[in-house]
Design a protein around this ligand. Structure first.
Ligand SMILES: *Cc1c(COP(=O)(O)O)cnc(C)c1O
Length: 386
């Protein structure tokens, strides 16, 4: 049998692992930060109609410049942005890949602050860019001094800031972003994949674009917009940055079907985003309840919560999975991450995790390994009627 090692693969890809968040059919999937609420049916019908119309013209290549979609994104983002400042691709992962293709590459370095989104390292390696992960401050926060010191040390060609940060949920201040742009000589990306979940009134890095031509703000329809399956991400930047990205994209990279679906969804942005407040409320409920149970939830501005104080994360992950609840073991010692879902999904998670709480009888059982088959009758009532 042929293995990867037998193939004439690039040396720098040998021994690497692909992105691999588990995809399992379970009743409660809270592992990849999707919006777990389905698309409203009326919106779905409109999307179908727009896609159906586009199908009749699939004999032709799509609009290579996706002009209508760029104008729609500019309108959605506001901040006086123009279509010339917008770029889009099949998920913000592809948007970031375009950025790395244009501004990274062999002999160049991208810097991030770990723990952060695992795709940054993978996209860097795919484009031959060296990836450096500098540490954060206590509680996974990132202040301007720490960020600027890392830039002085590593002199990167690109800085990838994630705000709020995945997997920690940590919001990032404008003070840090502005200090990073000032200190760095290269491109600075602020990945705002989860911006819509931030507390109301939280300013976007879009406010900082004016006068900062090396700053890029990326967004996605995959999270708050409940459109992960459609694969649409986008960014806003100086029009010259967009010109640079045209040099590396494949011609017609956004299919006519994708453009039609995204345009229809954007026409209904209020309905698509209707559940965001509710999801933010579930996130707060998760943080409050995990604290009460004696776990250590980290500050989150996203639709997920990272929490510490878990004795054996992988064992807890497996125990929840056995109950049909899929969360994320991101390999951080003592930590697990959970997406805020519907109220019912959140309740299912909270009831299951309570059995592994550091506070209460269960903690000693987990520590001694005696609680491998938790018995609900042993435990104090843990009803969470919200
Ligand atoms: C989920 C996520 C994305 C979105 O990726 P898509 O390719 O748009 O689905 C981007 N950045 C971060 C940090 C994410 O967590």
């Amino acid at each position: 049998m042929t293995t990867l090692d037998d193939l004439p693969i690039r040396d720098d890809l040998r021994g690497r692992s692909p992105y691999g968040a588990p995809q399992k059919a379970v009743p409660v999937a809270l592992n990849v930060n999707e919006n777990t609420h389905p698309i409203p049916e009326a919106v779905a019908h409109d999307i179908v109609a727009r896609v159906a119309a586009a199908i009749l013209q699939l004999n032709r290549y799509p609009d290579r410049e996706f002009s209508e979609l760029r104008a729609a994104f500019a309108g959605y983002l506001g901040h006086d942005l123009r279509a010339a400042q917008i770029w889009a691709a099949n998920g913000s992962n592809e948007v970031l890949q375009h950025v790395l293709q244009a501004f990274g590459g062999p002999g160049r370095t991208a810097l991030g602050f770990g723990p952060t989104y695992s795709m940054y390292g993978l996209l860097s390696s795919g484009t031959g860019t060296a990836w450096v992960e500098a540490p954060r401050d206590a509680e996974f926060e990132l202040g301007p001094e720490t960020a600027v010191a890392a830039i002085r040390e590593h002199d990167p060609d690109l800085v990838l800031l994630c705000s709020p940060n995945n997997p920690t949920g940590t919001p990032l201040s404008h003070e840090t972003i502005a200090a990073v742009v000032d200190a760095a000589r290269g491109i600075v990306v602020v990945d705002e994949a989860y911006h819509e979940f931030a507390d109301p009134g939280t300013p976007s890095a879009l406010e900082l674009l004016e006068g900062r031509p090396r700053l890029i703000v990326s967004r996605t329809m995959s999270k708050a917009f409940a459109f992960a399956g459609a694969r649409v991400g986008y960014l806003a930047a100086d029009p010259a940055v967009v010109d640079a990205l045209r040099l590396v994209r494949l011609p017609y990279h956004l299919s006519a079907l994708t453009q039609a679906a995204a345009l229809a969804a954007l026409d209904h942005s209020a309905e698509m985003l209707a559940m965001v407040d509710d999801i933010r409320g579930q996130r707060e409920r998760i943080s409050d309840e995990l604290s009460r149970l004696g776990f250590h939830p980290y500050r989150s501005g996203a639709n997920f919560v990272l929490f510490g104080g878990v004795d054996e994360p992988h064992r807890v992950f497996e125990a929840l999975l056995a109950r049909g609840i899929l969360i994320r073991d991101i390999g951080l010692p003592g930590c697990l991450r959970v997406t805020a879902g519907t109220e019912a999904e959140t309740t299912a998670f909270l009831e299951a995790i309570a059995e592994f709480a550091p506070r209460g009888d269960d903690a000693s059982k987990i520590a001694s390994g005696a609680a491998s088959v938790p018995d609900a009758t042993d435990r104090p009532a843990n009803r969470m009627d919200a």
